[in-house]
Design a protein around this ligand. Sequence first.
Ligand code: DOR
Ligand code: ZN
Length: 347
Amino acid sequence: MTVPDSLTIRRPDDWHVHLRDGPVLAGVLPFTARQFARAIVMPNLSPPAVSVAEVAAYRDRIMTALPQGMDFTPLMTCYLTDASDPDEIERGATEGVFTAAKLYPAHATTNSTHGVTQIAAIRAVLERMEKIGLPLCVHGEATDPDIDVFDREAVFIERTLAPLIREMPGLKLVFEHITTAEAAEFVAISGENVAATITPQHLHINRNAMFAGGIRPHMYCLPVAKREHHRLALRKAATSGSAKFFLGTDSAPHARSAKESACGCAGIFNAPFALESYVAVFGEEHALDRFEAFASENGPRFYGLPLNQGTVTLRRDSFEVPERLDASGTELVPFHAGEQLGWRIAD
Ligand code: DOR
Ligand code: ZN
């Protein structure tokens, strides 16, 4: 089969991104806005954005930081805590401030100390979300310290996700940044109301990448990359043509100094070349004809939002990803730093 020299797709969206706040927001936002028309913006700020007012104010700060002339819409999420109130969540949805609500199990990841300690604490909120059709975005990792870090996602499915879906079969749920064959299988066999995002890193690397010749902090994110057979299962899911899987980068910038540290932060900054990274996978899997659905169609259809107008063209053109990038004075190391990528967005 001949490989085309260029690929034009409908403008894509990123269904999971960390844009941060303060000065670094203005530094990282253009990388996302250059590639994506919309993005689901994570609320794990410090302190987290929990109320309608806080999330609306964060949305305003994003719009203020957006360079003139860039066409980008942030789709906001609220951070659920044990104290979340169903009426407040419904008001956020009705007023068009919340596109989804985010479940971080307490202590699962960056800024999750205020997360949910047990599902029972947010039962009334979830029942309301099921009723009004507000999607739940889930960081799917069990947090019991006895559980091996590589098993946290599979254990979460067994102990939390499967029972939750059984109990609330109408809840719209996005299992985010899936990393295991178990998660891909769970989503595939669940109802139409269950979907998943997949990051570029989990399609490119397995857990060996974190230890290649030494400790590699820029390959560390949560959920952590797993064994090779999981990566292959994720590639299969992403390129399968199933409408249940769609693009969500989980781009999570941390200053280089915070990554290259005795206790390095979790997160991979993949926003600068996200599309180029994903399309490489679809090319390798001989599935370029399925890239548009994954990047630009499955997400909006799941969320019940219109497809974007306009297109983006990727050309086969090899280039080297920079070792470092600047975000308003914060030094960041992008995913694929120093590597060659074979597709580039045409201007
Ligand atoms: O690697 C990660 N980084 N995983 C998350 O769940 C959070 C994110 C962050 O905010 O840094
Ligand atoms: Zn995330």
